[in-house]
Design a protein. Structure first.
Ligand code: GLC
Length: 459
C-alpha cells in the first residue's frame, strides 16, 4: 500500500497538477511551476481591474550606483569588486531628495502609479531592512528610508506604489550558484541557496508589512539563472521557489499584484505580464516574450526608458522626443497595455531636468486626450506606425500617428460605424466603408503634431 501511495505521489500527482495548470491557461516555458491551480482573490481581481485602467506609471531606478553616473549595471559592466563597490554607500547622500516632488511630478504627468527599485542587482536595499545592514539607513550618511517617505507621499496623492525587487544579487554569497552575470566580480564566495530564499522572504515580508498597501511586486533577474544561446532561454539552474515567494505576497497583501520580468509566459501566481523595451508581440531587443506566450486575460505592462538607461547615466544624451514617448504610450494602449516610463534619479536625489520636461509634456497631452487612453482596451486592429486604436465599449479612438496622412485606410476593419468624427472639434468626417475596409478623410481634423484623434462610434 505504502508503495502504491509513493508511486502516486511521484508519478501520477505531478501529471494531474501539470494538466490542471495547462487547463487554467498557465502553460509556461519558464521551468518554474509557481502556484499550481492559482485562483486570484477578489481583492486581487480588483487590483488588476484598477491596474488595467491606469495605463501610465513612473518607473524609478535609484541606488548607490547613481553616484558613478554609469547606469545600474556598472558593478557588473566594470567588474567592480565587492570590496570597492561597498564604498559607494558612504558616498551616497542625496540631500535634494524630496518624495513629494517626485510624486507631484508623476501626478501632474497623469501617471497613476510608481514602481521603484527596493533592491537592484547590486544587492543594496533602498529601505531600512532588518535582515541586512547593506541598506540606505544603515550604510549611508543619508540614513533616511526613501521608500517610507515615498509611500507616505504616494498615499497622500492617491498614487499607488509598487516595489521592484531583484531576484539576482551580485553582493550576497548565498546567491549561489552564481548566475550568468557578475561572474568576474572579485570577492564573491560560495553560499547556500536556501539561505538566499529565506532572506528574500524576510525582505518581501518587510516590504509588504511596513509600507502600507502596496500596488504590487515587480520581480526581475529570473533570466540570470537560465542558459541563453543568444536566441532562446534554456533550463533554469535553481528553484526560485515562486510558490513560496508569490504565496507569501498573496497572503500578506491579497490585493498586491505579482509580476515578473522573465520574458516568458506567465507563471501561475502572477497577476500581470510585463514587457521590457518592446510592445507586446514585438521583438526589437532579441529577448522579448514570444507572441504565443502573451497572456490573454491578464493586464499587460510595457516598460521603457527616456534615454537608453534605467539607472542615472551622466553620458547618455540619447533622449527620446516627446512625440516618440507619447506615441509609445498610445501604441501601448492600442495593445491593451500600460506604459511604465522610467527615470533614473541623480545621486543628489533629483530627476534630471530633461526627463522632468518630457514627463511634463506627456501630462499636458494627457490632460487633453486622456479619455482616449485611460480605462480603454485594445482596439480591433494592432497598432502600426501610422495609427493605434483604443476602445471603450462601442467607441473606438483612432489615433493617427503619421502627420503626413490626409486620409487613412483601415483595410481589415470589420465593425459597422454609426458616426466618425474628430475628437478635438467634434466635426463629422467623410468616410466610406466598403469591402476593402474603412477609409476616413482626415482633412477636417485639426492638425496636431503628435496625434490626430478620430472617434468612431460603432453600431
Ligand atoms: C533589465 C535589467 C535591469 C532593469 C530592468 C528594467 O532586466 O537587468 O537593470 O532594471 O531590465 O526593466
Amino acid at each position: 500500500m505504502k508503495n502504491l501511495i509513493f508511486l502516486f505521489i511521484c508519478l501520477i500527482a505531478p501529471s494531474i497538477l501539470f494538466t490542471q495548470a495547462i487547463q487554467h491557461g498557465h502553460e509556461n516555458r519558464s521551468g518554474s511551476s509557481g502556484i499550481l491551480g492559482y485562483e486570484p482573490s477578489a481583492e486581487n481581481l480588483k487590483g488588476r481591474a484598477w491596474f488595467e485602467e491606469a495605463r501610465f506609471g513612473l518607473f524609478i531606478h535609484w541606488g548607490v550606483y547613481s553616484v558613478l553616473g554609469d547606469g545600474e549595471w556598472v558593478m557588473n559592466n566594470k567588474n567592480i569588486s565587492k570590496k570597492n563597490y561597498e564604498k559607494l554607500p558612504k558616498l551616497f547622500n542625496p540631500i535634494a531628495f524630496d518624495a513629494q516632488a517626485w510624486v507631484q511630478m508623476a501626478k501632474d504627468a497623469g501617471m497613476k502609479y510608481i514602481t521603484i527599485t527596493s533592491r537592484h542587482h547590486d544587492g543594496f536595499s533602498m529601505y531600512d531592512s532588518k535582515v541586512t545592514d547593506y541598506d540606505i539607513v544603515d550604510a549611508t550618511p543619508f540614513k533616511r528610508d526613501v521608500l517610507a517617505e515615498l509611500a507616505e507621499a504616494c498615499r497622500k496623492a492617491d498614487i499607488k506604489l509598487f516595489f521592484y525587487y531583484s531576484l539576482l544579487d551580485w553582493n550576497r554569497d548565498d546567491y549561489y550558484p552564481l548566475g550568468r552575470t557578475g561572474t568576474d566580480i572579485a570577492g564573491r564566495e560560495p553560499g547556500n541557496w536556501d539561505d538566499y530564499i529565506t532572506f528574500m522572504k524576510a525582505q518581501l515580508t518587510e516590504l509588504l508589512t511596513n509600507y502600507g498597501p502596496i500596488g504590487g511586486i515587480w520581480f526581475d533577474g529570473h533570466w540570470d539563472q537560465m542558459g541563453w544561446d543568444g536566441k532562446e532561454f534554456s533550463q533554469l539552474k535553481v528553484d526560485w521557489k515562486y510558490d513560496e515567494l508569490y504565496g507569501l505576497i498573496h497572503k500578506l497583501q491579497p490585493a498586491a499584484l505579482v509580476g515578473n520580468n522573465h520574458h516568458l509566459g506567465v507563471i501561475p501566481g502572477e497577476d500581470f505580464q510585463m514587457f521590457e523595451k518592446d510592445l507586446p508581440g514585438q521583438n526589437t531587443t532579441g529577448w522579448a516574450t514570444a507572441e504565443d506566450q502573451i497572456a490573454e486575460n491578464l493586464p499587460l505592462e510595457v516598460c521603457e526608458t527616456i534615454n537608453g538607461s534605467w539607472g542615472f547615466n551622466l553620458q547618455d544624451e540619447n533622449h527620446k522626443s516627446n512625440t516618440e514617448l507619447l506615441h509609445y504610450l498610445i501604441k501601448a494602449a492600442g495593445h491593451g497595455s500600460n506604459l511604465l516610463l522610467n527615470v533614473g534619479p541623480m545621486p543628489n536625489g533629483q530627476i534630471q531636468t530633461e526627463h522632468q520636461a518630457s514627463i511634463a509634456a506627456m501630462g499636458e497631452w494627457l490632460r487633453q486626450f486622456g479619455t482616449t487612453i485611460y480605462g480603454t482596451q485594445k482596439g480591433p486592429l494592432k497598432p502600426t506606425d501610422d495609427y493605434a486604436i483604443t476602445r471603450k465599449g462601442d467607441v473606438l479612438y483612432l489615433h493617427v500617428l503619421n502627420p503626413a496622412l490626409d486620409r487613412i485606410h483601415l483595410e481589415t476593419f470589420e465593425g459597422k460605424t454609426s458616426s466618425v468624427s474628430s475628437f478635438e472639434s467634434g466635426k463629422l468626417l467623410a468616410h466610406e466603408k466598403n469591402r476593402y475596409g474603412l477609409v476616413i478623410d482626415l482633412k477636417e481634423v485639426p492638425v496636431h503634431k503628435i496625434d490626430r484623434v478620430v472617434v468612431i462610434v460603432l453600431k
